[in-house]
Design a protein around this ligand. Sequence first.
Ligand SMILES: C[S@@+](CC[C@H](N)C(=O)[O-])C[C@H]1O[C@@H](n2cnc3c(N)ncnc32)[C@H](O)[C@@H]1O
Length: 169
Amino acid sequence: MITQIFFFVIVLIYAAFAFYWVQAFFKGAPYYPSNKKIVKKMIKAMELDGKSKVAELGAGDGRIAFAISKTGAHVTAIEINPFFVLLMKLKNIFHKNKIKAIRANVLDHDYSQYNAVTIYLYPGLMHQLEDSLFTQMKKGSVIVSNTFRFKKHEPERVIENRVVIYRVN
Ligand SMILES: C[S@@+](CC[C@H](N)C(=O)[O-])C[C@H]1O[C@@H](n2cnc3c(N)ncnc32)[C@H](O)[C@@H]1O
């Protein structure tokens, strides 16, 4: 009986947020989490400290955002799917409010306050974001992408063909 109730609740949650899963798919990328090894490499590549302000674009369950917060950096996790925003806010309670989780379309956000950005979104959305990120972020800021690349800018460095690092000049 308990298994059935549990299963029913899961189905209900999926159904309630179905629209947002579909929306995320068409707006840029479905949910597909980065693996732990890649996350470690992305974070190391950013060389963060307590003064760093990082935006995690399309944050999903917040795994990158929470991992970044361990470096002492300030993290804003931006996610379009309210299910994941809720999940991050709940996780945040246990992490003593280490991150700021907001529900927004990454295309509508202002990036001028950040000196680092992490991103794991499809190339179509990366292209749409490229100009805003490179014009709004200050010189010397770092953008680290899992796998996918921008169209107009060359990476400063690529690690194992997966971690693509850009510097704003
Ligand atoms: C490939 S997953 C990456 C999740 C997480 N960043 C990671 O690496 O584990 C992409 C995430 O971006 C979100 N997303 C897709 N389009 C978006 C948009 N336009 N604005 C904000 N989030 C978006 C999806 O809901 C999904 O959670």
